[in-house]
Design a protein around this ligand. Sequence first.
Ligand code: M6R
Length: 365
Amino acid sequence: EKEGYAHFMIKEINEQPKGVSETLNRRLNKEGNIELDSIKITKEDLDKIDKVYIVACGTAYHAGLVGKYAIEKYAKIPVICDIASEFRYSDPFIDENTLFIAISQSGETLDTLAALREAKRKGARILSVVNVVGSSVARESHDVFYTWAGPEIAVASTKAYTTQLTAMYMIALHMAITKESMSKEKYDSIIEELKNMPEKIQKILDDYVIAQHLADTQFNNESVFFMGRGLDINAAYEGSLKLKEISYINSFAIAAGELKHGTIALIEDDTLVIALATQDRLYEKMLSNIKEVKARGAYVVAIAKEGNKEIEKSADTVIYIPDTMDELTPILSVVPQQLFSYYMAVARGCDVDKPRNLAKSVTVE
Ligand code: M6R
């Protein structure tokens, strides 16, 4: 039931603090360390694993891209993240020293399931990150990490994504501490910050009028560009997918450094550009990219961390997210993008929960 909300999508967007909190807290023991239920990946297992494949479709794939970043950074194992329908028809380097991670909200996506079976046949250990308990992907995996998002009804995935991100950070942290590739202090500090995420998401949700107002002034656009660098581009891929699938606006996301290699040709007066600039290390670079598109007439909405006031000089509008560690920003930066997409679709009179041509679960090729 929609419990007073106009659509399932906005209800589910608002359920994210709870989903992230459940996903995290159910797996923290009383010492505050991560315990992955029945997942028994030992230090010996991890020492053998020389690469990880993360495979998924759509939003789950976008969560996988962030997972790749976290596993490489924390656990220092190389990761390949692939789209399930591509993985199936490539010649992946899979053997018994590979850990294969499938991410799927429904656990029934056919391409993801087929990729999993192929990896299993080649001897990989299969870990899945799934929301629906007892689904096919879960049943066919060696280990399962359940995201505690609760049922997701809207076709556009929202709370599944933020809980999948939480799961990927936890898996990466667990691998890192087991492999001893991270200090206990660092591990504890990231877990502490993950615990703050529900409250920080809530703060963005409480300010929903910012996204609503933006949508009310921008809903007539027929194309929107998203850009970012580093982890921001992954969150931008997700923001762009949300917008196109429910509002039918032609949108795509590009790595901001790629602008000059083609896409900048499309920028003209009043082109709407959503620029994510949450990564401290890349902040100055993003400011230059914002100036580049502004110089061609773009209307720039920046998403930045609180306190980065300087960006107000370059962007037309700034949406702030609460300050956090750079590597955790996607959990927060996706939220204003979800809200923006939602209000754009509402303003355009679209069928938000059941967009045309799409199904909640893709069980065909
Ligand atoms: O159930 P799954 O997570 O395997 O689904 C994967 C995609 O079909 C799904 O995320 C899709 O991209 C959503 N409509 C995105 O909002």
